[in-house]
Design a protein around this ligand. Structure first.
Ligand code: GAR
Length: 208
């Protein structure tokens, strides 16, 4: 059984999607803990209601980014994870933390990376006149919203779309690609060579 720890900062809808698909599809894995950097999050409430272990590591209680990262890693390591999943975790993690979980730390970002790393991705895509947008699951490297791409989803931009409409359209696809990417990881189907990820069976990693 692969042990998955999921980190959230808020709503936790991607965490919920991963947890539900893991149970429904019988992955060789289990979500063993959900960890948040804030106590009052919908994500933590969902996890607790499902009987998943929860923990809070409050970034405001730590003097430096390094101290926070160390405290967070100590809590995570208490659950002995095979995979750490960032699901709407809105803190930047330092290089020591990222190296500690090298090749077993996944993130989802609501843009077609390498376009639009950072915040306000949908607003920036609209301002740039993009005709298609999407989401990216990637292995985490010390560079923000960067790293070997595991899977992407692509959706159209319709005339008259605002930021909220785009965010909702992209989020619906996040709930498909993130569980699938995690499933492939726990099934040992992902290979990373020279910064490029492939599926051992040659499956397509773009959802259109
Ligand atoms: C998702 O759209 C995710 O892609 C984004 O935050 C949202 C979290 O929603 N992540 C980032 O922007 C990370 N750079 P959720 O809490 O409902 O899963």
């Amino acid at each position: 059984m692969q042990r998955i720890v999921i980190l959230v900062s808020g709503r936790g809808s991607n965490m919920e999607a991963i947890h539900q698909r893991c149970a429904a599809e019988g992955w060789p894995a289990q979500v063993v803990a959900v960890v948040a950097n804030r106590a009052d999050t919908a994500g933590l409430r969902y996890a607790a209601a499902q009987g998943i272990a929860t923990a809070v590591v409050d970034h405001k209680a730590h003097a430096s980014r390094e101290d926070f990262d160390t405290a967070l890693a100590d809590v995570i390591d208490g659950y002995a994870p095979d995979l750490v999943v960032l699901a709407g975790f809105m803190r930047i993690l330092g290089p020591a933390f990222v190296r500690r979980y090298e090749n077993r730390l996944l993130n989802i970002h609501p843009s077609l990376l390498p376009a639009f790393p950072g915040l306000h991705t949908h607003r920036r895509a609209l301002a740039a006149g993009c005709k298609a947008v999407g989401a990216t699951v990637h292995f985490v490297t010390p560079e923000l919203d960067h790293g070997p791409i595991v899977m992407q989803s692509v959706v159209p931009v319709h005339p008259g779309d605002d930021e909220q409409a785009l965010a909702a359209r992209v989020l619906a696809t996040e709930h498909v690609i993130y569980p699938l990417a995690v499933r492939w990881f726990v099934e040992g189907r992902l290979r990373v060579e020279g910064g490029i990820v492939s599926h051992t069976g040659g499956a397509s990693q773009v959802l259109l």
